[in-house]
Design a protein around this ligand. Sequence first.
Ligand SMILES: [Zn+2]
Length: 246
Amino acid sequence: MTTTNNARRVFLKSTGRLILASGAIAKFGLPTSTANAAMSCKAQNKATQSAITPETALQRLKDGNARFVEGRSLNCDHMKQVKATGDGQFPFAAIVGCIDSRASNELIFDQGIGDVFSGRLAGNFVNDDMIGSLEFACAAAGAKLILVVGHTECGAVKGACDDVVMGNLTQTLANIKPAVAAVQGFKDDRSSKNAAFVQAVADKNVELTISRIRERSSILRGMAEKGDIALAGAMYDVHTGVAIFV
Ligand SMILES: [Zn+2]
């Protein structure tokens, strides 16, 4: 199989999964009792954070996205959470996402005040400052999971594909260029006009961002090797609201 076909297969597989996930959610909508909703609105504290594992942290974000997609977002009393977290925060995850106005981490994973650290840069990459922030989130503040979330129709990814040059954005987009270069094939059109190419770059960018966190942070790599944290990726579809975890 050529690399081009491989990239296309990954894209098709990912779009196929999107359809499957939407169908599954619509068919097997999870029941939520009022009691469960109230429990989930409870702000994190030291005890609840300690009880969460990297695996359950990931499940919480999967469940949150399912609620969001099904229109079952918890609608928690945020001021109640503000009062509960004012003296200290105990988030269970750190999410690296894009600044895209359609991809707010807390909204798409249905999380409240004090639940997650949220790091956002155009193109959901990590630089030294973001990695330092993730070290704070996990090593100092106890988060159990780092989730890197890319999204479909990403303007930053499209800009990187097109070699856009504009002020400071040029340097920002340079951080996504390794993903552009790593996607082979698509010889006929490697521009933002080719939706399959753009999606392949977005997928690769999530993969490389996770690798970069491991490579550049001995602290986070060590925590991951010990099983204290997990690193995971997801692709958020701006058309459906579904996040596919990879
Ligand atoms: Zn974006």
